[in-house]
Write a protein that binds this ligand. Structure first.
Ligand code: PRP
Length: 182
């Protein structure tokens, strides 16, 4: 870990240590793309990005998967504006396209308590996909891993992390690296 110094993207906010720099993220996302490419030789894959946090990860990941695929989104919220994971998962949007018989890969930025994924995978499974797996960029490993977790970018520290899609009160999503909140 290193200290990022002042970043004009963060305004007056103080960021803590950098956890992952942009090059490290890029290399691992490319590897994940290759892992997914090998895991789905038939293609015909639907990647579902969990918004908002996964939007940058998903955009980079889909360009690293060398199979036919399509993209859709889920919109859920569990944190509000605090730094502690809340218990309630509110689902605001789910794909209108049929999921029955399809290979579904749910793309998540970070697994914290795991409540979000537990709730959403149950809901997706009820729609009869051919397969269901999770790809998470970061896993805090606070709780036992979700049974559908198949692809993980990095284990993550218990700190509150921002950047590369992750926010605090909607700020910092656009940082090209991931840092601790100072
Ligand atoms: C955050 C994060 C994960 C989820 C992880 O989303 O992006 O989706 O919480 O927490 P959990 O494992 O404890 O359920 P948030 O609700 O903050 O929405 P966002 O993606 O719009 O930032």
């Amino acid at each position: 870990m290193s200290s990022p110094g002042a970043d004009p993207r963060a305004g007056e906010a103080r960021l803590g240590a950098t956890f992952l720099d942009a090059d490290t993220i890029r290399r691992r996302v490319d590897e994940l793309g290759q892992e997914i490419t090998r895991a789905y030789p038939e293609g015909d894959l639907l990647l579902i990005g969990l918004l908002k946090g996964s939007f940058i990860f998903l955009a980079d990941l889909v360009r690293a998967v060398e199979r036919p695929l399509s993209v859709d989104f889920l919109v859920a919220s569990s944190y509000g504006t605090g730094t502690v994971s809340g218990g309630e998962v509110r689902l605001l949007y789910e794909p209108a396209t049929p999921l029955a018989g399809r290979h579904i890969l749910l793309v998540e930025d970070i697994i914290d308590s795991g409540r979000t994924l537990a709730s959403l995978t149950e809901r997706l499974r009820s729609r009869g996909p051919r397969s269901l797996a999770i790809c998470a960029l970061l896993d805090k490993r606070i709780a036992p891993p979700p049974p559908d977790l198949r692809f993980v970018g990095f284990p993550a520290p218990p700190a509150f992390l921002v950047g590369y899609g992750l926010d605090h009160a909607e700020a910092f999503r656009h940082l090209p690296y991931i840092a601790e909140l100072g």
